[in-house]
Write a protein that binds this ligand. Sequence first.
Ligand code: NAD
Length: 381
Amino acid sequence: MKIGALKESFEGEARVAITPSSAAHLQKLGHEAFVESGAGIRAGFSDDDYRKAGVTVEASAADLIKTVDVVAKVRQPDDAEIRQMRAGQTLISFFYPGQSGELLEVAKGQGITAIAMDMVPRISRAQKMDALSSMANIAGYRSVIEAANNFGRFFTGQVTAAGKVPPAKVLVVGAGVAGLAAIGTSVSLGAQVYAFDVRPEVAEQIESMGAEFVFLDFKEAQTDGAATGGYAAPSSPEFREKQLEKFRELAPQMDVVITTALIPGRDAPVLWTKDMVEAMKPGSVIVDLAAEKGGNCELTVPEQRIVTDNGVVIIGYTDFPSRMGAQASELYGNNIRHFMADLTPKKDGVVDHNMEDDVIRGATVAHGGEITFPPPPPKVA
Ligand code: NAD
């Protein structure tokens, strides 16, 4: 099959869905790889880099779509991109089918197969295709780099001839994939790290990384916080009050707060309130990784860096993986080529879209002129 990556049309997006190295893997599966000219530039891959890897460079998006059987993208496609596709063609990209009913209808109408990388089931076998995790890992790392860049002090403690420097105190709220990456990065920079999650089972992981789990003396509700599939459920009002009380106590002591708390399918819970920001020291930094879902901090402005009257920097960027376009493309490219490996079981360049396979079924949101979202629950965990 011919598989090709479009240049991302979303302004400022630096990632690309196929890299020269992932193209080599696609070729080993028997596929031919293509890219739209300039698709990799912002991730550091020139057209020549692709050509050297045996990839054919197409002059325009229209040319690429006309040529290939499988169109690969990072961002959700726009209406116009899907409308250029033809029946029987496959699209593989982030799609967010739960929030994109109209786009799903367009995909159905065009008769394409749409594979949503955000719908890859979170089961062990599919970890190598889990683009949500690979991107969250990068976001967590980058959130700390942005925080350090905006914090006018060391993260690590030092004893120097010029004076003693205490380590920065970092609080990470939410210890999923992004939160754990933020904890690991902050610890490796030498900060004193505290972390909180509604799922008490992450306490051990937090502590094994050298951070301190912020414990709430509220056992029942904390246990209630764990929902099916390992995701968090909304907390009770009593639990939330207890949590906010704890955060109010911590706010004046923390130099950096990184928030990553999310509940699938809902707006982000507001956990860092205006009065907590006002209680922080000037020069403190908040990085709100939940900004795209409204933010965990009450004062976050999505996509912006703001400085409050009391000198606290609040970062609400929503493009952390794109800010590390080269790395993000490598990992996303790998997620895609692993998915293609599942679709090409005989490594003969022939796609077998096996809807009996839990991973393929779970991620396929349109197929054969039908909307195939939501999928049935996976059979194997
Ligand atoms: P997420 O992005 O949905 O949420 C981030 C974190 O916020 C979660 O840890 C959640 O518990 C926490 N949170 C929610 N409300 C909160 C609140 N009020 N206060 C504090 N924290 C709050 O999470 P994620 O990174 O997608 O991971 C969710 C789960 O999925 C985890 O159990 C993870 O281990 C699991 N997972 C499994 C796989 C796999 O098996 N392939 C891959 C990735 C993640």
